[in-house]
Each structure stands twice: as C-alpha cells, then as structure tokens.
Design a protein around this ligand. Structure first.
Ligand SMILES: *Cc1c(COP(=O)(O)O)cnc(C)c1O
Length: 505
C-alpha cells in the first residue's frame, strides 16, 4: 500500500494546485501584461479582420496535451493569443452592435469572484455574495427610478433577462396553473404583443416556452418608429373577440436598431385597462432613464411589471451581466421556485434568506453582481450619469456633423445610436436605392474587417445604413471625426470600384 506521506505529497502537488508563490508570480505577470494591453489599446487595430483559417493556424492544431505545463507560461501564451487575434470592444473606435467598453475594475472583480467562487444559488453557499447581489439590484432600480422594492436577479444577458420577464408574465397572467398543467390544457392561445422593431429574443421566448412564434402579434411601428398604440389596442380587442388570451405586451426602451423608446406610459395605460402584463426590454437603453434630461422619454417606466436590462451594455460591465427586475418580488418567485427535499436552504434565523435558485432559470450561479457593484462604487451615480450623458451627446454631435457633410446622409439619432449612409456626389437628388444599399453594404463589410473603426448596420425604411452605437467611455470626438472621414474615403473608393465592375461586366 502507498504510504500516507506519499499520498500527502501527491495531493499537495496535485496537477491543478498552485503553491502560493507560484500563484503570486503568475498573477502579477498576468496583471502586468493586461495593464500593458489596456495602455496600448488605442494604438491597436480594432480588429485584425482575420478569417477562421488564419485564427486556427495561430492557435495550432495540437490534440489534447497528455501532460500539463507550468501556469505562467500558458497564461502568457493565452494572453498573446487574445491580444493578437481579438476584436477589441474596449477600443475607443468600437461602436458596433451594443457591446460596451468593459470597466477595468470589472476585470479585477471577475478575478476576485472566481477566486472566492461563491455559488450564488443559495444564501448558505454565498452569504455576502447574495447580499451584494441584492444590493446591486436595488442600486440598478434606484438608478433607473424603478421601485427599489422590486425583485430581481443577475442573468447572463439581455435575452435571458427578457425570458425572466416573459416567464413571470406567463405564470402571473394565465388563469390556470400553467406550471403544473402546461399550455396544452387550454385551447385558448396565449398571445404576446410587441412592435416589429422588437429584438429577436421574443421569437426565441415564444418558441422555447411553448407558445410558438405565431403567438406573437407584431404591431407595425408608427412614424416615430414607436409601437403604435391604436393598432395595439385594436389588435387586443380583435383577439379577445376571437377567443384568444392576450397576456403580455412588450415595449422597447431603446430598440436595438435605432434606439427608439416606445411610449411606456401609453402602453402602460392599455395594459392596465386590459389586465395585461407590461414588460419593458431596456437591455440597451434603460440606464439612460437615470439621466434627469431623459425623464420625459422614459415616463411610465416606474409602473411597468418587469424590466430587462443589460449591465454589460450601458453600465459598461465586462460580459456577461444581464439583469431582470420584477415589480412584485412575489411574482418573480412564483414563476420559478421549486422546493426539492434535498435542499436545506430555508435558514434558521427570523428572516428567511434569499436563495436565488428560487428566482430564475439557473441553479448553480456565479457571482456576476460583483463586477457591476464595483463599477457603481468606483463611479458612483454621478460618474455613470456623466459617462452615459457623454455617449449621448457624442452621438448627437456625430449626427449633426453627418448632416453637414455632403456625401453622407444622416438617417436617425436616438439615445446614443446614430445611423447614416454614404451617398455619392450627385446622387442625393435621384437616389438609386438598390445601388445605395449595395454600396453601403459593401462599405460596412469593408469597415468591419479593416480595423480602423467598427460600426454595424441597420435597415431603416428599406435603407441599408451604417450604425454607430456609442456605449464606450473611451470614445472621444476625434474618433468620430475619423469615422466620418473614413466613411467618405472608403465610400468613394467602393463607389468607383462598383461602377467599374458594372462597366466591365
Ligand atoms: C442586446 C439586446 C438584447 C439581447 O441582449 P444580450 O445581452 O445580447 O442577450 C435584447 N434586447 C435589446 C433591446 C438589446 O439591445
């Protein structure tokens, strides 16, 4: 038999164990590399634009190593791979989709969270982490002027946060025990209402949670691109008359394409009258509700039944951090809780603890709240207001510059999203829409791999547009002036090339 000492030695040298000095050294080296990376970020291209084979070649095609290697070497290797083959959404010239520059303190927070590794499923497994999560939820509610008595939790992102609101609504508004009897037990179909501009999560939700995508009533937006209130009311009435069961209206507080905020107080009134759940998808825009100058735009938000928002967007947290808020915490719990007899999490004190497995889809949960909590403590409410305000005013200034620039057409500006397109000289008065769409798509495809700037696209009333969404505390005005100059330079070049191609063909 193996003697006890040999076994002890083996466990102390377990392949994944790190002696304190080794950890300290590897960690310090890594932090130094990250500090240099962040300091040099703006000198790098936004993306290498490499295609999959090139990235795969850099990674190497080795099979699983049979034997391990020393931590500091492989960490340095991983850092080099990431620093040289990534798209940097922390770059001052990244404005694609809705991905923010991530806070450096959030990166350190994730390291700390992983090191202590609380399982924020149950209070007993994560005492202080559970309390920090609750405090962060309250601070988010406070920031956007939503009742702090709400329930809520962190999830991986906006899709999941919206799913939480959807499921809370389904449970609360179905007149039968839907969690036990399921959807099949009733032949009156549950229906959800939203504008055409709603993010694609709604299709996933209708599909995944058994309603089917035909249960979505797409309401055409009005001229301001907002959910049209009279069409909404009419559709609900028609569906009721036809024997359907409307249960949920989804409003957008910042649509993903153009940043439009629906009339929240208008929709809230219709929901109240019809006894429907009102969920707001604020994944992108809800943080702007914390700015005094945006109060009118978000009027009605405090009344809604649930809100989804995404700290990894406009609270600048590193991925992943989504957050769902439900006005009545009881209704959140009722949508998700089960109490298996192998759980012993009720506590023995006077006040029952919060066990987050009872409030959402996950069981074991990481400590996502920490990086967000640290950001709030570092910047404070006023720091956040300043950063969000700067993003919005830079976006407005960009729109004005584009309006004043002959070869560019400014198309829309809401919150911190500006859309525009390149229109060759002489074409503004007789636009060939097909050609312009083709040209602007080519322009976008070029910009997304060239690495000078990064924008994404939106199709607005049939116009293929470039779209800059500024959720980036590193962006400065000269970065946006550069975007305008680059769009014109590349627009001209591609226009000449496309005309040449069509002459040759
Ligand atoms: C980003 C976004 C989502 C999805 O959020 P993820 O974090 O990507 O899951 C949903 N709705 C809107 C309005 C968004 O902007």
């Amino acid at each position: 038999m193996e003697d006890q000492e040999a076994q002890t030695r083996r466990r102390q040298n377990a392949p994944l164990a790190m002696a304190p000095e080794e950890f300290r050294q590897a960690g310090h080296e890594l932090v130094n590399q990250i500090a240099d990376f962040l300091a040099g970020l703006e000198q790098k291209p936004v993306t290498t634009g490499e295609q999959p084979p090139a990235v795969r070649a850099a990674l190497g095609n080795n099979s699983l190593p049979a034997e391990g290697s020393a931590a500091s070497g492989i960490l340095a290797e991983a850092a080099q791979l990431l620093f040289h083959h990534s798209l940097f959404n922390g770059h001052p010239r990244f404005w694609g989709y809705i991905t923010s520059s991530a806070t450096p303190i959030g990166a350190l927070g994730d390291l700390l969270a992983a090191a202590v590794n609380p399982n924020v499923a149950a209070f007993a497994l994560s005492p202080v982490a559970t309390e920090i999560e609750q405090q962060t939820i309250r601070w988010i509610a406070e920031f956007i002027n939503y009742p702090v008595s709400c329930g809520g939790l962190f999830v991986s992102g906006g899709n999941m946060a919206n799913f939480v609101g959807f499921l809370a609504a389904r449970k609360a508004k179905a007149a039968w025990d839907i969690r036990k009897d399921g959807l099949q037990s009733r032949n009156s179909r549950l229906l959800v209402y939203c504008s055409r501009n709603t993010h694609t999560w709604i299709q996933k939700a209708a599909d995944l949670f058994g309603l089917g995508t035909d249960a979505i009533r797409w309401i055409e937006p009005n001229e301001e691109q907002q959910l049209d209130l009279s069409l909404l009311e009419q559709q609900i009435a028609d569906d009721r008359a036809a024997g359907f069961t409307p249960f949920l209206v989804v409003g957008s507080a910042g649509t993903v394409g153009t940043g439009t905020v629906d009339s929240l107080s208008g929709i809230a009134g219709i929901c109240r009258k019809n006894n429907l759940w009102f969920h707001v998808d604020g994944a992108y825009g809800a943080p702007a509700a914390g700015l005094p100058e945006c109060a009118a735009l978000f009027e009605g938000l405090a009344e809604v039944d649930s809100v989804a928002l995404d700290p990894h967007k406009w609270f600048y947290s590193p991925l992943e951090a989504g957050c769902a808020l439900v006005r009545d915490p009881k209704l959140l719990q009722e949508a998700f809780s089960f109490h298996p007899d192998y759980y012993n999490f009720d506590g023995t004190g006077d006040e029952p603890p919060v066990n987050y497995y009872d409030y959402g889809m996950q069981n074991s949960r990481g400590f996502r709240a920490l990086k967000v909590w640290l950001g709030f403590k570092q910047a404070g409410r006023n720091g956040y207001i300043q950063m969000i305000r700067d993003d919005i005013s830079l976006s407005q200034k960009l729109f004005s510059l584009i309006q004043a620039t002959p070869e560019l057409e400014a198309v829309s500006q809401n919150l911190s999203i500006t859309t525009f397109r390149y229109v060759p000289q002489g074409m503004a008065n007789h636009p060939d829409e097909n050609y312009l769409n083709k040209l602007n798509e080519a322009l976008l495809n070029h910009l997304q791999v060239a690495g000078e700037v990064f924008v994404s696209n939106a199709v607005i009333s049939g116009k293929y547009c470039l779209r800059a969404c500024i959720v980036n505390f590193r962006t400065q005005w000269q970065d946006l002036e550069a975007l305008v100059a680059i769009a014109i330079r590349e627009g001209r070049r591609l226009d000449a090339q496309l005309r040449q191609d069509s002459t040759n063909s």
